[in-house]
Design a protein around this ligand. Structure first.
Ligand code: GDP
Length: 536
């Protein structure tokens, strides 16, 4: 039997990020294909076909062809136990991506070779850098005309501010795409066949050495010459693959390939698994010390809550990133925020909707715990005598606000329950206007599409129809300290400033402009406002 530390050191847990359409889903699918986790391509997601991504649980995803929720895929390959955390590509869900990255030890950034760094790549990349995790780059779609690779590397460095180290180098692109040169082995992996026809099969790779006259035949004389020039330039730059810089996210190992035609996927996976970090320690905020993954006692934190994945069961799953030790189904652990012991009765591993019961899991893994409504995002669970607590996950300040009220006032109970449960999941933030009841709720979201998800889910899961009235707030501030409701109502504010309370009882002010915000600060002595709510 493998020891605890062997199990943990075989774990590789990462998230894939990309601008929509760069090929994240296709790459994920090819990784599963290579590792034998699925048999046919197209079973992860076919946007226009009836086969949807395994992570496409919700109708809205199907309608729009976007992936809204994050799912976790696990497979073993080459002695490694790999966990891929899927993230939504749409910008309106970057908060969800942020939370997912809290549970990842590395990120893979997929870039469309023709488009380079796109808007959403930038935004998600920024989120990655907040965590200082290693970032790997996969430049995709080389079978289509792509931009000059030097130019692409320069763009990544200039726009994203991260250095790159090309692990391999493309030979031509589009119709002229002949393969890649591996800088470690100094060999060429030649691209074979016409791509699309082979799209669902593993591609054959022919290896040959640079400078070999046989290469002229393999990739063409001109390509061979260009490649030698490019490699000379790259080698001349003299950069080393500095592993320390990779580990802290300052240098990104870059790979070229084509996910659709399978080309470059397997070498990428192999190198990635070699370079990617094993589970990292998370800090215990009680002692201020890092909790080593190999610590005997189990610990972890909730980074995502997903409700009603199966309409027939109306259940809720709290996804826990295991930070230390071993999880065993049925074990008892202490829920720090709830201040009580719980039996972790149901562990599920996600091959998206095929939920297999997990009997054991180790630091680095993700388990889905059955949640009867007790967990919130950021909560810690731990076993053993010594309790630990991991830092809470900060919520993004909402950027859009609306008043949501129910159409049928008799359904008040379902309405309140639905709003609260969806807020616990972290998809929306809800506020109560001071002085008002719960017949209407002020909702804040990071991206407007979340309003649509909210309406649709209230309708399909809670059978509640709602009205949505957009509210013109642009600035949100939490009032620091413990100010009671009466004192908040007595504040001197402009008429269009709203006084609200969050789910934890924190008091906030919503402003329609910075001018109104300044007014509040200037007219209320001692009033301290903060951009973030309490996170720990
Ligand atoms: P995502 O939105 O990032 O998940 O992107 P998808 O994986 O769904 O891919 C978007 C589109 O690009 C789909 O039509 C894919 O078939 C196509 N695509 C993905 N990878 C490649 C590739 O390597 N070459 C080409 N030509 N098309 C690709």
């Amino acid at each position: 039997m493998a020891s605890l530390s062997d199990e943990i050191s075989s774990r590789r847990t990462f998230a894939i990020i990309s601008h929509p359409d760069a090929g994240k889903t296709t790459l994920t699918e090819k990784l599963l294909l290579y590792t034998g986790s699925i048999q046919t391509a197209g079973s992860v997601k076919g946007k226009s076909s009836s086969k949807h991504a395994k992570s496409d649980w919700m109708d809205i995803e199907k309608e729009r062809g976007i992936s809204v929720t994050s799912s976790v895929l696990q497979f073993t390959y080459d002695g490694a136990c790999v966990n891929i955390l899927d993230t939504p590509g749409h910008q309106d869900f970057s908060e969800d991506t942020y939370r997912t990255l809290m549970a990842a030890d590395a990120a893979v950034m997929v870039i469309d070779g023709a488009k380079g760094v796109e808007a959403q790549t930038k935004k998600l990349f920024k989120v990655c850098t907040l965590r200082h995790i290693p970032i790997f780059t996969f430049v995709n779609k080389l079978d289509h005309d792509a931009r000059d690779p030097f130019e692409l590397m320069e763009e990544i460095e200039n726009v994203l501010g991260i250095n790159t180290y090309p692990m391999n180098w493309p030979i031509g692109s589009g119709r002229n795409f002949r393969g890649v040169f591996d800088r470690q082995t100094r060999r060429v992996l030649a691209f074979e066949g016409d791509g699309h026809a082979n799209a669902s099969k593993k591609v054959a790779e022919i290896e040959a050495e640079l400078g070999d006259p046989a290469m002229d035949e393999l990739i063409g004389e001109e390509n061979h010459k260009n490649l030698m020039d490019d490699i000379e330039l790259l080698d001349g730059a003299g950069d080393e693959l500095d592993l320390d810089a990779v580990a802290c996210g300052k240098l990104s190992p870059a790979f070229f390939g084509s996910a659709l035609t399978n080309f470059g996927v397997e070498p990428f996976l192999k190198e990635f698994l070699r370079l990617a970090p094993t589970p990292r320690p998370y800090t215990d905020v009680i002692s201020g010390e890092p909790v080593e993954p190999t610590r005997d006692d189990f610990s972890g934190f909730v980074f995502k809550i997903q409700a009603n994945m199966d309409k027939n069961h109306r259940d809720r799953i709290a996804f826990v990133r295991i930070c230390s030790g071993k999880f065993e189904r049925g074990m008892t652990a202490y829920h720090v925020q709830g201040e009580r012991n719980l039996k972790l009765a149901t562990g599920t591993s996600m091959m998206a909707d095929d939920r297999a019961i997990v009997d054991e899991a180790y630091a680095g893994d993700i388990v889905g715990l059955f949640d009867p409504g007790i967990f919130s995002i950021g909560d810690t669970v731990c076993a053993g005598k010594e309790h630990v607590r991991f830092a809470g996950i900060p919520t993004f300040a909402p950027e859009h606000f609306a008043r949501i009220s129910q159409v049928d006032t008799l359904k008040r109970k379902q309405f309140v329950k639905g709003m609260e449960e969806l807020a616990q999941e972290g998809a929306i933030q809800i506020f109560r206007e001071l002085g008002a009841g719960m017949e209407s709720v002020v909702v804040g979201v990071v991206g407007v599409l979340q309003f649509e998800v909210l309406e649709q889910r209230l309708k399909s899961e809670y059978h509640v129809e709602v009205y949505r009235q957009p509210l013109p707030f642009s600035e949100i501030r939490w009032i620091e300290g413990d100010m009671d409701e009466k004192a908040v109502r007595a504040l001197s504010l402009t008429r269009d400033t709203m006084r609200v309370e969050d789910m934890r009882g924190g008091k906030l002010l919503l402003f329609t402009s910075e001018w109104n915000l300044n007014f509040a600060v200037e007219h209320n002595e001692g009033l301290k406002l903060s951009e973030f709510g309490n996170v720990t």
